[in-house]
Design a protein around this ligand. Structure first.
Ligand code: NAD
Length: 353
């Protein structure tokens, strides 16, 4: 029933890569190349079966189409998965063979890093294909994506604050920050400089103390983050944190905004509608956290090669994108996550005319 699935969600192409000699089984999904090459990282994961791998690669590649489109990039959405345990089954032969498959697609798919594939692996893949980006440390690389992601989340958050409170800065507002990982580390710098008060948590004690040493913030137990009185709840650790169990608690905190770096923040789309009914502004995750993708986009030689200044200027525009999503959401009385999807789909539709 693969064709039915492709038809239902407008998938252009799925490539099954199979080389028993080196033991490679991989799937490359090109959801859309309407706006440009289908771009998205390669994940290596020990899926329970082939169908689970296909489901994952389809979902992720479609997500990339939306993320690139909402960010105004001339990129489509793609993704690759290599089936197998990245700790025990990864070999240079498999990676090289995967690179050959990418190369054969002639630039219609651009690969990068994802779960289970690191920079050393990318270097091996690169021996076989030019269509690869995001190799940190290499000449022309955009480096760690986290500072760019943080920059985008900060501007997206400011757009929410402007909409909710009419304020030009975060001065005096309380942010409940869930997760003190790479993105939050850089995000905190902007939040503090803008005068915000931050209450944060992480399950990793080491990260909590590292951050508390550097910034003057309050830290609390991870489970208590949903009960902190705040203006902005910022999910920046893991997905599905807006769910039927947490939502009533977040409502009690008086938060007016949900804006953070995490992917897939809404456990179900209905949670987006529930936030709207509760008059909480939600910055759609894939729009606000696109800074890393925008940053890597600027590595392309075709647009002049990497310039941090140009890349960060475009990342800053995430603020305008979020402002536009919130404006349309209010005007049309439609949840912001639905508006974001509509805007992305509209861009793809227009480009295909
Ligand atoms: P990270 O792994 O560096 O940080 C995540 C942190 O969350 C870790 O410190 C972890 O200990 C903590 N954590 C896990 N479960 C938690 C819990 N229940 N409560 C509190 N803390 C918890 O990841 P990151 O790169 O900072 O990314 C953060 C989020 O943003 C992730 O969802 C990621 O997918 C998303 N994202 C990141 C980027 C990027 O450029 N790094 C880009 C887009 C989206």
């Amino acid at each position: 029933m693969v064709f039915d699935r492709m038809k239902k969600e407008n998938f252009e192409q799925i490539v099954y890569c199979n080389d028993p000699k080196v033991g490679l089984k991989a799937i490359i999904a090109l959801h859309s190349t309407v706006l440009g090459p289908a771009t998205g990282g390669c994940r290596m994961w020990n899926y329970k079966d082939e169908d689970a791998a296909l489901t994952d690669v389809l979902r992720l590649s479609k997500g990339m189409t939306y993320k690139a489109a909402i960010s105004g990039l001339k990129w489509g959405g793609g993704k690759a998965v290599i089936l197998g345990d990245s700790k025990t089954e990864k070999t240079p032969e498999k990676l090289r063979r995967f690179g050959e498959y990418v190369e054969k697609l002639g630039g219609h798919y651009i690969t990068a890093k994802d779960v289970g594939i690191d920079c050393e692996d990318l270097k091996i893949i690169k021996t076989k294909t030019k269509h690869i980006l995001g190799i940190e440390g290499e000449k022309g690389s955009s480096g760690d994506p986290s500072p760019a992601t943080a920059w985008g989340v900060y501007h997206g958050m400011r757009a929410c604050v402007k909409n909710a409170f009419g304020a030009e800065s975060l001065d005096g507002l309380t942010i409940a920050l869930q997760g003190l990982g790479s993105v939050s580390y850089y995000l905190l710098e902007h939040l503090m400089a803008d005068g915000a008060k931050v209450v944060a948590c992480d399950i990793d004690e080491e990260k909590v103390s590292r951050t508390a040493r550097k910034y003057n913030i309050e830290t609390i137990r991870p489970e208590a983050i949903y009960d902190v009185r705040c203006d902005v709840f910022s999910p920046s650790a893991l997905g599905a944190v807006i769910n039927p169990e947490t939502l009533p608690r977040i409502l009690m905190t008086q938060a007016k905004i949900v804006a953070g770096a995490a992917n897939n923040q809404l456990a179900t789309p209905e949670m987006g509608d529930a936030l709207m009914r509760s008059e909480i502004l939600y910055a759609p995750d894939y729009a606000i956290n696109a800074g890393g993708l925008i940053n890597i986009y600027h590595e392309q030689e075709s647009i002049g090669g990497y310039s941090r200044e140009r890349a960060f200027e475009q990342v800053r525009q995430i603020g305008n994108t979020i402002a536009e999503i919130l404006r349309l959401s209010k005007d049309r009385k439609v949840s912001s996550h639905v508006i974001a999807d509509q805007m992305a789909e509209e861009r793809v539709r227009k480009a295909s005319e």
